[in-house]
Every structure is written in structure tokens, then in C-alpha cells.
Design a protein around this ligand. Sequence first.
Ligand code: TXA
Ligand code: MG
Length: 339
Amino acid sequence: MKKYETKVLKASEESVKLAGELIRSGEIVGIPTETVYGLGGNALESTSSKKIFEAKGRPSDNPLIVHITEIDEVTPLVRDFPYLAKKCAEKFWPGPLTMVLPKSDLIPLETSGGLDTVGIRMPSDSTARAIIKAAGVPVAAPSANLSGSPSPTEAVHVFNDMNGRIPLIIDGNNSAVGVESTVISFENNAIRVLRPGFVSPEDLTEITPNVIIDDGVINMLSKDAVVKSPGMKYKHYSPDADIVIIDGALDKYIEYIKNNASESDCCMVFDGDELDVKNPIITYGRDSEEQAALLFSTLRKLDFMGIKKVYARCPSKDGVGLAVYNRLLRAAGFKVIRV
Ligand code: TXA
Ligand code: MG
């Protein structure tokens, strides 16, 4: 698909203004955010949302997140802004948290993937905020990758996936968080985590002790399961390489590699892990925050290296680690071996 001469412009006052104008006029622009790069369009226009789905090759029942810059902008977009949601907004916005709320008629069904709800987030990245303000409309933005491939954390990743599909990419900061926002919904007096992210379940307990982690976060959903967050049912974040997660201590991991891997298989381990194996080795950070920041670029590197099979050490499942584990599980198609 080659519809556009895709321009990549460094973030500046002029390029931000141009991005805002393009979005307001119905076009789609690649934009930096602190979580991952997004594909931004006017959230209030069904035609813009359709263009986003087309550029990504994304199933149209997978809803888009709507990005704003001020808490006041929530009210016209929703039918209800419950107390717990207001508390979350005050504590975690601007930042990597998306809240699913009942949508108002301003949000077209194309944006909400046919749902009666809308996911809303206020990003903290200064370029993202400047672009949304310049657009003067709420900005619908999924991650700016082709559907199924790892989310982009650098402008060049967006270019690799979207060249010819969109008119403009704004090259800003690399995404510091590195995994997409935490997605939550509200029920009775509880918060349900639909997708884990940098705002961890532990962080959310500061708002209420009733934090539920949805089954879909670490379990494979059957094809016809009723999912609360449609994004969770799709195979995701996958490099071409076949990934298997090895869950266990480093010595057990090494033993497994020595007994099972062929020499061209790649070991994807943590920085600081010492292993005397002949296999190619790639590392993805020491602690959970570093792993979040590096996971997607590491997955893209595997393809660049032409790796066919990868044995990945299993990340911690606590705090931000849960988000890393959730993404890696999907990249691995849920293949986990406990050692
Ligand atoms: O960090 C992020 O959230 C990034 C940046 C660009 O802001 N965006 C992002 O969007 O990750 P996307 O489209 O790749 O993922 C959106 C996720 C999907 O899993 C989707 O199912 C869920 O959020 N979601 C969005 N709206 C929802 C809704 N109304 N109800 C349930 N889940 C929703
Ligand atoms: Mg995505």
C-alpha cells in the first residue's frame, strides 16, 4: 500500500503545527508519546478512525484510545465520570493510564470499535500534548505499528511499518516507558485491569484496595470468549522469530538451553546474566522498568538479526513486570516452559 510520500520531521513548533492541521483536516499522523508511538487522527470523525484501521491493517472491532490534554475534556466525551475514575485522573494523569468509560454520542462507533464505551488517556509527553492542542480535537491513537507487530518506541520503527501509508511522522523522544498504557475499567467499587502497563496494580491500590486483574492479562482467551478489551484476543507484538519463554532461575535456563537449543537459536536474557553458551545472545534490561523500555525494540532487533527461534528468560510478574510479561506472552503465542 503506497498512498503517501511519508515525511519524517523532527519535533519543532512548525512540525507540531503541521501535525495538528493534518489531524484536524482528517489525516493520520505518527506521533511520539511516553508509552509508544501512536497513529493519531481526529477521534470525533468516523472517517479518520477508518483511515487509522486501514493504515494499521487492524480489525475494526478493536477500539481506539482517545487522547486529551486536560481533565475537563473528559466530560463531553462520556455519559458518566465516576468518582474512582476522577481520583485516578488526578493521581495518574498526565501519564500512562487509559480509563474505559461509557461513551457519549460525540464518539463515533468507528472510534470505539462498536462498543458503548471509550478508552481515554492524557499523555505526558510534551510533543504529544502540543500536537493534541494544535489539533484542537481529541486524538484517537493506537500504537503506530502494523497490526500484529511489536509496538514502535522510536520514530524509525514507525517509518519501517507506515512508510507510504501515512503523510507524516513526528520524530520526537524515544518512548521512555516502552510499553503501552495500563487500561482499566470500573465496576461497583472496583478497578479492573484490562491491560497492564507502567501504572501497576500495586499503584492502583492507592485509589482503592479493590483492584481486579482481568483473566485475559496472563491467560490465553478462547476464540469465542467474551472479552472486555478486544485487543487482548489478538496475537500481538510478534516478531518473525518464534519465541518460547523459559520460566525459572538462570542456572535452570542455561541447563535447558544446553540440552534443547540448537546453536543458531537466540538466548534473550537480562543484562547481567552470565552464560557460557555458543548461541547468539540478546539482552533486554536489568529490572522491570528497563525491560519495559527495551522489550519492543529488542523484538524488532531479532528480526533484523534474522533470528528464527528465541528462548526468552521470563520477566518478573510484579509491578511493571506484569506488563512486560503480558506483552512477551503474546509475542510468544503463550508458549511458556517452566524449568
Ligand atoms: O499507550 C497507549 O495506550 C498507546 C499510545 C499511542 O497512547 N496506544 C495504544 O493503543 O496502545 P492500542 O490501540 O494499540 O491499544 C488499545 C488497547 C486495546 O487492547 C483495546 O482493546 C483497549 O485498549 N481498549 C481501547 N478502548 C477500549 C474500550 N472502550 N473497552 C475496552 N478496551 C478498550
Ligand atoms: Mg497496539
